[in-house]
Ligand binder design. Structure first.
Ligand SMILES: C[S@@+](CC[C@H](N)C(=O)[O-])C[C@H]1O[C@@H](n2cnc3c(N)ncnc32)[C@H](O)[C@@H]1O
Length: 155
């Protein structure tokens, strides 16, 4: 039994029968490995797509989760996630992540845990991203990406 076993049945994943396998595998190292840090935490999830990792954070016992995703048609898919109690912990917002982060800083918000999953290769200004995130005072930032192992510095 994996946390995301249900996901193949959601309309967004129709025809992608390997989604649950991939998501369960990622869940092990993005969520389970940090279960103690996530439990009770206030979480910010960047580039949330249809809210799958927001739901994952909520399922791991996060107190609350804010998700920021640029594409509104993906945000509406979040209502298909099965457990209303987990969905109720999640505030899915439509917007660009830099705008969303700056808005949270302006409000004086802080977050315990920040998820940066599958987004570093969509943006150019990584340094600014991490500088801004420092202002949210997270105790844990989890990044799902890949290091390019080359002699010369490369992004
Ligand atoms: C590869 S998906 C990763 C989704 C999810 N974080 C995951 O790991 O499963 C990248 C997502 O980032 C969103 N996105 C791209 N640029 C963005 C931006 N500047 N602000 C917010 N979302 C963005 C895309 O619409 C897409 O849903």
């Amino acid at each position: 039994m994996g946390f995301f076993d249900f996901i193949d049945d959601l309309p967004h994943y129709a025809g992608r029968s390997t989604a649950s396998k991939r998501m369960n595998c990622h869940h092990d190292f993005l969520i389970n490995d940090f279960a103690n840090d996530i439990a009770g935490a206030k979480v910010l999830d960047l580039a949330s797509h249809d809210g799958r990792w927001c739901y994952g954070f909520a399922g791991a016992g996060a107190a609350s989760v804010v998700g920021i995703e640029a594409r509104p048609e993906l945000v509406t898919e979040f209502s298909n996630y099965p457990d209303p109690a987990l969905r109720a912990k999640v505030d899915m917002r439509v917007g660009y992540l830099f705008d969303g982060i700056r808005a949270e800083i302006a409000k004086g918000e802080t977050y315990d845990v920040i998820g940066i999953f599958g987004i570093l290769y969509h943006i150019m200004d990584h340094f600014s991203l991490f500088q801004l995130l420092r202002e949210l005072k997270p105790r844990l930032v989890i990044v799902d990406s890949e290091f390019v192992m080359r002699d010369n510095a490369t992004i």
